[in-house]
Design a protein around this ligand. Structure first.
Ligand code: FCX
Length: 428
């Protein structure tokens, strides 16, 4: 992995130079302020983190380096990982080097197979996934070297990268094993050495041999890989890693955040939502029926899954990319048709709901991703967030590699009490 490491090192050195300049010239310059509303409101809109792997523009969506979604949506997941870490796409030999390494490390250790098979069946697949990542923690080379006192601070990132590649290499076999053993109740499929990482995942899930399914899995992995640093899962993973907990701990922690219904679990909730609509109105509901259904949900105090976002203020470009895929591959799917009708109905309702309080009435990625997985044969909804998690692990890993390369310290903001805040307000 020499070329990969060299390219990541170049990126870290470059970013490090920028940071040195900012600290030298502007260490005390104030670039923002915090309102009481932000302090009490989940820090929404507060600029408090630097994350160099990706950026979310409220109106244009996800950028990785300077590339917007249409410029990278046709890439392989491993190319995206390269881009997240090195800030550039790999050339042919660089890609081959990384792919060889991923293939070399893809096998699961025997103890993990035993662990997977013994997991209680009632656990949610996200719980299984997070537990399995945690169970691999003893594999961490970073941890072994750190405990042996063999690591200087400037080498931390290199061993994070070692751990990242080992972990990512194993995710297709690991996730597919959970799906097949516990949800399908079938035997796992063998790893296919001639396939790339994403195609192997599609192959090992074993639900659909069509090329278009591998294409969907590839796109799914690319679109979910990272979404800057402040979302629940990425932030959690980064905070945990900032204590020098290794990437297995950090990834498992991030996955636990992703498992919440306001975050990654929304994709599974969305599909149940659409199925609920079909059960009630049939597979071709009218827009007036959908309008009434959505209003009922809101009146019952429930959120409309797949709509809204803490940062985006337009339709999520990841939603648009999936919609284009759906239009090409399954335009007549009743689920896709209902997603389209909801897109027509929901924003208009949310715009005026709670006196216009919903900051973004438009769909996010979760409004459609599950529909496509379902259409292509992944019929167990509970697995959708695992798919999200496999992909998001690319981002967790890249963010921590870069942060440690830049010697970022342990994350530890200061919290205050109501009394402290009220005293401060009285003095202001
Ligand atoms: N349905 C109903 N109400 C909504 C809503 C929705 N889809 N989106 C926002 N609101 C409500 C909020 O609940 C909040 O009400 P409150 O003040 O009475 O609590 C109000 O509108 C203002 O919230 P807003 O500032 O717009 O949104 P937040 O940044 O607080 O929250 C999420 C963002 C994504 C959590 C919110 O829009 C939501 O709950 N959406 C539905 C769940 C979902 O799709 N999650 C996935 C998001 C994402 F893509 C991901 O991380 O995977």
């Amino acid at each position: 992995m020499e070329q990969f490491k060299n390219n990541v090192k170049k990126r870290i050195d470059y970013l490090g130079m920028e940071i040195a300049w900012m600290l030298r010239e502007h260490g005390k310059t104030v670039v923002g302020e915090v309102s009481v509303k932000q302090l009490l409101g989940g820090m929404r809109g507060l600029t408090a983190l630097v994350c160099n792997t990706s950026y979310v523009d409220p109106y244009r969506g996800l950028f990785i380096s300077d590339y917007a979604i249409p410029e990278f949506e046709d890439k392989l997941p491993e190319e995206i990982f390269y881009l997240l870490c090195a800030g550039k796409f790999p050339n042919e030999t660089e890609l081959a080097e990384l792919q060889e390494e991923l293939a070399f490390r893809a096998e699961l250790p025997d103890y993990l197979w035993t662990f997977i098979r013994q997991l209680p069946r009632h656990l949610h697949p996200m719980t299984m996934f997070s537990l399995c990542v945690l169970a691999l923690e003893g594999e961490s080379v970073f941890k072994q070297k750190y405990e042996a006192g063999e690591l200087g601070k400037s080498e931390y990132w290199e061993y994070m990268l070692e751990d990242a590649v080992s972990l990512l290499a194993k995710l297709p076999a690991l996730a597919a094993a959970i799906y097949r053993i516990h949800l399908l109740r079938e035997e796992p499929m063998d790893y296919h050495p001639s396939l790339d990482w994403g195609s192997n995942l599609a192959h090992m899930l074993g639900v659909n041999p069509e090329l278009s399914f591998a294409e969907l899995v590839r796109l799914y992995m690319v679109l979910h890989c990272d979404h800057e640093g402040g979302n629940v899962s990425a932030f959690t993973s980064r905070v945990v890693n900032s204590a020098l907990s290794n990437l297995y701990y950090a990834t498992s922690a991030g996955l636990n955040g992703l498992a919440g219904p306001l975050h990654g679990l929304a994709n599974q909730v969305c599909l149940r939502f659409i199925r609920g609509i079909h059960e009630r109105f049939g597979e071709s509901p009218g827009t007036d029926q959908l309008d009434a259904f959505v209003r009922e949900e809101l009146d019952a105090g429930r959120v409309i899954p797949g709509y809204g976002h803490a940062v985006l203020r337009v339709t999520d470009p990841r939603f648009t990319a999936f919609m284009e895929f759906g239009n090409r591959h399954c335009p007549n799917s009743p689920f896709l048709q209902t997603v389209k009708k909801l897109y027509y109905v929901v924003p208009n309702i949310l715009k005026t709901y709670k006196e216009g309080k919903v900051a973004n009435p438009y769909p996010n990625v979760d409004a459609i991703s599950g529909t496509l997985l379902y259409q292509f044969g992944i019929s167990h909804f509970d697995f959708y967030t695992v798919m999200f998690g496999i992909s998001r692990t690319f981002g967790f890993c890249a963010q921590s590699i870069i942060a440690l390369g830049l010697n970022q310290p342990i994350i530890r903001p200061k919290s205050v009490t109501n009394k402290w805040l009220m005293d401060a307000l009285e003095r202001a």
